[in-house]
Design a protein around this ligand. Structure first.
Ligand code: SAH
Length: 421
């Protein structure tokens, strides 16, 4: 019988994520379309650790897989719970630390489980103590996670909560015109273990309890739903990280069918929509995804969402000078927010080197805000924390992968670093 903890490979998307459990034949690695093939696409020899690829990331374990694993090792099932406690509660990334597991068992676990699927490549902090983690994955790729202290109730959480901004993919296929993450295209989906591993790793390295999550880092979380759903379960479960579903916000560029699917999931998670344009004409210019799911289709999905969830929706709206900051857009956005009882987060555009746009002057940002408030909409204008460490995700990773020769596309502008506010 195949082992229930056989390693799945990132990129095998599907509703069940890792739960398929069947070992895949080695030839699968060579198939076109397999994300591991990026190795050849960029023509560089990545320092891939094939052993790591065969092991299940520790941060993907569930009670079922941990107990089955212990049974495989002729151990009582309760040892599975001990293992979960080391991984999720104590955040151990080394089997040597797991002192209540017999030495021989730790040795066997080492062969089957990867205790540290993400390695900290860089940690940057800024004066307002926003911290950015750059993680190196075992195929040599990088993703980013940002820790934002005391977020002022931006996503519905209380203001004293420590918020972590989590990535869901390496790169992004959606090519929003304002965003650094999509500049070099899409590389691969993150596995469930890599998604959860960002939260475990950030808690380990910061020494703090993270109690609010926003899936607003690199990638489109709803394009990786098969991996995201098991990750949400682990993050929420009492045997896992124990983070309340109400303190998790999924941000999407507007994938209407996936919003409808997520609406059916029985967790009271929050949803944020990256809107950035209130008319199709303006949104088309900013977000190519709008041609596939125009505003009317998106709002249909949001109505489905509202029928299933109690939480208020959030509209994210980046203010870009002379592009989407007109008062006509404010009026339309105000009407839409009222109709869907959504609140609006206005975000001054963060300059991305190589992209042409700029943020509007402060007076214009405030005028846009007051137009919304005048219409009775609950709206905030973000004074961004972490602006000085490129808090707009994707930029650190671009630097690192460009330096490593993984991104060689000459159309990809050099990422900006430490952009002035
Ligand atoms: N794909 C998902 C998650 C990516 S996060 C989505 O589209 O929602 C996208 C968010 O990152 C945007 O809504 C915005 O809040 C922020 N962001 C990205 N690039 C930015 C930039 N240049 N300036 C300001 N905010 C940016």
């Amino acid at each position: 019988m195949p082992s229930p903890v056989a390693r799945h490979r990132p990129g095998d998307d599907g509703p069940s994520g890792h739960k398929g459990g069947k070992p895949r034949p080695a030839e699968r690695l060579q198939r076109p379309g397999n994300p591991w093939a990026t190795r050849r696409r960029f023509g560089v020899n990545l320092p891939i650790d094939p052993f790591a690829m065969e092991r299940l990331p520790a941060t993907e374990l569930t009670p079922a897989t941990a107990e089955a694993l212990m049974q495989d090792l002729q151990q009582p099932a309760w040892r599975g719970r001990q293992l979960l406690e080391w991984v999720y509660q104590r955040k151990a990334d080394d089997f040597d630390a797991m002192s209540n597991l017999p030495l021989a068992v730790r040795g066997r676990l080492r062969e089957r489980i990867d205790p540290r699927p993400l390695q900290l490549a860089r940690m940057q902090g800024s004066s307002d103590t926003t911290r950015k983690f750059l993680w190196r994955l075992h195929d040599g790729r990088y993703v980013e996670t940002v820790l934002i202290p005391a977020s002022p109730a931006l996503y519905g959480g209380r203001s004293d909560r420590l918020t972590l901004c989590v990535s869901s993919q390496v790169g992004c296929a959606y090519a929003c015109r304002f965003c650094a993450s999509g500049l070099a295209g899409f590389t691969r989906n993150l596995s469930t273990g890599e998604i959860v591993g960002q939260v475990v790793g950030a808690a380990r390295h910061s020494g703090q309890r993270i109690d609010n999550l926003v899936f607003m880092g690199m990638g489109e979380p709803l394009a990786n739903l098969g991996r995201l759903l098991p990750a949400l379960e682990i993050l929420n479960a009492s045997w896992g990280l124990g983070i309340g579903a109400r303190h998790m916000t999924i941000s999407t560029s507007g994938l209407a069918p996936q919003i409808e699917r997520l609406a059916q999931v029985p967790l009271q998670i929050r949803l944020a929509i990256s809107l950035h344009g209130a008319s199709n004409e303006v949104r088309d210019r900013i977000m190519p995804v709008n041609r596939r799911y125009p505003i009317e289709r998106l709002f249909e999905a949001l109505q489905v969402w509202r029928r299933h969830k109690n939480q208020k929706l959030t509209f994210e709206y980046i203010l870009i000078d002379q592009v989407n900051d007109g008062l006509d857009q404010a009026a339309l956005l105000g009407r839409q927010a009222r109709e869907l009882d959504a609140k609006v987060n206005l975000i001054p555009y963060n300059t991305v080197h190589g992209l042409p746009w700029e943020r509007p002057p402060l007076a214009r940002q405030e005028q846009f805000l007051s137009q919304l408030r005048k219409r009775g909409v609950s709206a905030t204008l973000r004074r961004e924390k972490g602006h000085d460490i490129d808090a707009a995700c994707g930029q650190l990773r671009l630097q690192e992968e460009t330096a490593d020769g993984l991104i060689t596309d000459t159309h990809c502008p050099q990422p900006a670093h430490n952009q002035p506010a």
